[in-house]
Write a protein that binds this ligand. Structure first.
Ligand code: 9MR
Length: 364
């Protein structure tokens, strides 16, 4: 779907029924065009299931995104449900879709404390077996060598409440089996398997202006510094950016400083899982859309003012398929859809979409 004046007007015509105001028509274009023109990434998380069964949605993804990432199909639970029997088929299907449509793809995620198959958790509990870590990374990154733009090598490794060394998530099955060394090994093995892939440390809850997020940012910086000093091939930080419009404060200064600190280390930055939870907001969806759009604009304006920032991926593109609507802490109890993504449940662009376009247009 191209957001032409006519299709947008058609979409907008239905909006007053829902009490929604129509965003300005001044900013037309697609995120894909606007981002690509500026050599920036705009991408989205998707799953092959929804792309296959929902053609209008698939067309939206083709029109809007220049990069894709699997929301679940490249996690270990999906790739290695049975030990040693690696199933790359779902990721291959997505990669075929992306390649056909001229889109790049990123791999998410090689290591995480979640989304692991039960057999692996049992083996990790038995103790240290380096092959459980290295074989998978070698084979998976090796299989997709040259075809992935980047890999999230590690994901969500900081947890300040657990009292561990360097604020590491010591409850992680990886930490329990290997200690903190698993992080270094993972990057080294991934780099050897595909020297051209950009290797990411991807982290959650780094964005808010609250004390605990500040402590997390500090711990992330220390970890990155340590890895770089040791010559570990970490190339970029993924800042997930699951924002919460009515629960947490965001200040431009805090985010700006953090982005500078990361880029001063010589690293690239990507907003990897952008969306904005609207729970606890006003009942009027138009008001929530306006608040979300304003916050999204501010947030991305700061990000895109930094040369180290490569772009942004949203965690889904339409409210039709958003984890926010099913996750206990973020869903509405009356079953209405969360409105945290650029397109609504009917695939109509919301104010956030137009403000994202504006942010991309303002990129330095
Ligand atoms: O959105 C994803 C959801 O569909 C999966 O069930 C879940 C577990 O695999 O992961 C969700 O994605 C998470 C991502 O992988 C890492 N950052 C937080 C995302 C939202 O929970």
């Amino acid at each position: 779907m191209n957001i032409t004046r006519r299709s947008f007007l058609a979409a907008g015509a239905a909006m007053p029924l829902l009490g929604l105001t129509r965003p300005s028509l001044a900013d037309e274009g697609t995120l894909r065009q606007v981002a690509t023109d500026r050599k920036l990434i705009y991408g989205t998380a998707v799953s092959t299931g929804t792309l296959a069964k929902d053609k209008p949605f698939a067309q939206l993804v083709i029109d809007q995104a220049n990069m894709l990432v699997a929301e679940g199909e490249t996690k270990r639970k999906a790739i290695e449900p049975k030990q040693g029997r690696l199933n790359f088929a779902p990721t291959e299907r997505l990669l075929a879709f992306a390649e056909k449509n001229g889109q790049r793809m990123r791999g998410h995620t090689l290591l995480w404390h979640e989304a692991n198959p039960d057999w692996l958790l049992a083996k990790l509990e038995e103790g240290r077996d380096d092959k459980l870590l290295t074989d998978y990374i070698e084979k998976t990154v090796g299989h997709f060598k040259g075809r992935m733009h980047s890999w999230d090598v590690i994901n969500e490794v900081i947890h300040i409440d657990e009292g561990g060394e360097e604020d590491l998530r010591i409850s992680s099955p990886w930490y329990k089996a290997f200690g903190s060394g698993y992080i270094e090994t993972a990057f080294q093995v991934a780099h050897a398997a595909d020297p051209d892939a950009l290797l990411f440390y991807n982290e959650i809850n780094l964005e808010a202006d609250v004390w605990w997020a500040e402590q997390r940012r500090t711990s992330v910086l220390k970890l990155l510094e340590k890895l770089l000093k040791k010559g570990i091939p970490v190339h970029a930080l993924g800042i997930q950016s699951h924002l919460k419009a009515y629960r947490l404060d965001y200040t431009d200064e805090v985010m700006s400083r953090f982005l500078d600190e990361v880029s001063d280390l010589g690293l690239k930055i990507l907003i990897t899982e952008f969306d904005i939870a609207d729970v606890e907001g006003p009942a009027d969806p138009a008001q929530r859309d306006a608040d979300i759009a304003a916050l999204g604009r501010r947030y991305l304006d700061v990000a895109f003012s930094k040369p180290a920032v490569l772009g942004c991926l949203t965690w889904g593109i339409s409210d039709r398929y958003s984890w926010l609507s099913s996750y206990d802490s973020y869903k509405w109890s009356d079953g209405s859809l969360s409105r945290g993504l650029p397109f609504d449940g009917d695939l109509r662009p919301k104010k956030l979409y137009f403000e994202m376009l504006n942010s991309y247009r303002s990129a330095s």
